[in-house]
Design a binder for this molecule. Structure first.
Ligand code: IPM
Ligand code: MG
Length: 351
């Protein structure tokens, strides 16, 4: 049966890096059918909404979805529920991709591109598993109100249910089994009820389903510090939606550039995964052909591995990126001067 990959280039550098990944897909999986749709600001401009029912239906029907990036200054003044980011959140929620895998590995060739010392990052390979469809990102009530006496207030609700914590914890345990077998769960159980709840739930899920996996707990602020002090102590970091967002941006800098980091968002077995670079739409360099295509290309690599069951093609992509970097291929974010196309050519050359 033909597999389909839905490309949602989005905004800013999204279309440039998605096009690079599509070129690679044609070479390593020529039988893969690609479709294209609009999301984010691009969808607002065309249809007045960041995610149409049609795009969501296309995504649900695909085998995997590769998204570029959403957002940009052009849409800062639109109402919150119509912002480009809501397209991304709607897609995550609509596909129910609750487990967001954000690997941070340091390619040997980039050890000196990190802002941290070589010995801290050399050989780094950790995986952040971030809960993606609940927590403070979606909790109700939320709002900005004015009280009767004129006092204004802004508020959000951080909430998790036991099934939500259980399913993402089980993914983290499973991922750890295929790695070094260690999960570090992070929260703020010292100040937050959801933090304490998270810690207790993770502990009982581990007791029931965690055979062979070592579980530890860490406060999220301490984890932020440990990530730059001694990141190699971590194997799998399990975090809620908000802490996972923050810690994955931090972890990206260990690898040299946020332009290197892919992510996979997975739901239950048999549903399409959503794959996207961790970086944003980078409006400051959009349209100039300067973006690093590696994060998008490595997101394709994750799609081939996690949703499309093509590990050989995934290995080819991973190997080619590593070899291109070893050969000195560098975009601007990595201290070089290659354009997006030149970087992609250098990777294609090593396939
Ligand atoms: C990410 C981004 C998104 C998030 C934004 C664009 C909504 O920062 O994927 O990490 O906060 O989840
Ligand atoms: Mg983020």
């Amino acid at each position: 049966m033909t597999q389909t990959l839905l490309l949602l280039p989005g905004d800013g550098i999204g279309p440039e890096v998605t096009a690079a990944a599509a070129r690679i897909a044609k070479l390593v999986a020529p039988d893969l059918e690609t479709q294209e749709g609009l999301v984010g600001g691009a969808s607002i401009d065309a249809y007045g909404t960041p995610l149409t029912d049609e795009t969501l239906a296309l995504a649900k029907a695909a085998d995997a979805v590769l998204l570029g990036a959403v957002g940009g200054p052009k849409w800062t003044d639109v109402a919150r529920d119509k912002r480009p980011e809501m397209g991304l959140l709607g897609l995550r929620k609509g596909l129910d991709v609750f487990a967001n895998l954000r690997p941070a590995y340091c390619f040997n060739a980039l050890v000196d591109a990190s802002s941290l010392k070589r010995e801290i990052v050399e050989g780094l390979d950790l995986m952040i598993v971030r809960e993606l469809t609940s927590g403070v990102y979606f909790g109700q009530p939320r709002g900005i109100d004015t009280d009767a006496d004129g006092t204004r207030r802004g508020y959000d609700t951080s909430v998790y249910t036991s099934p939500e914590v259980e399913r993402v914890t089980r993914v983290a345990l499973e991922i750890a089994r295929g790695r070094a077998g260690r999960v570090c769960s992070v929260e703020k159980s010292n100040v937050m009820e959801t933090g304490l709840f998270w810690r207790n739930e993770v502990t009982s899920v581990h007791q029931a389903h965690g055979a062979g996996v070592e579980l530890s707990h860490m406060l999220a602020d301490a984890c932020a510090m440990e990530l730059v002090r001694n990141p190699k102590q971590f194997d799998v970091i399990l975090a809620d939606n908000l802490f996972g967002d923050l810690l994955s941006d931090e972890a990206s800098m260990l690898t040299g550039s946020i332009g290197m980091l892919p992510s996979a968002s997975l739901g239950i077995e048999g549903t399409p995964g959503l794959f996207e670079p961790v970086h944003g739409s980078a409006p400051d360099i959009a349209g100039q052909g300067l973006a690093n295509p590696c994060a998008a290309i490595l997101s394709l690599e994750m799609a081939l591995r996690w949703s499309l069951a093509r590990p050989d093609a995934a290995d080819r992509v991973m190997g080619a990126v590593a070899k291109a970097l070893e050969g000195g291929a560098r975009t601007r974010d990595l201290g070089g001067s290659m354009s997006t196309d030149q970087m992609t050519d250098a990777i294609i050359d090593k396939l």
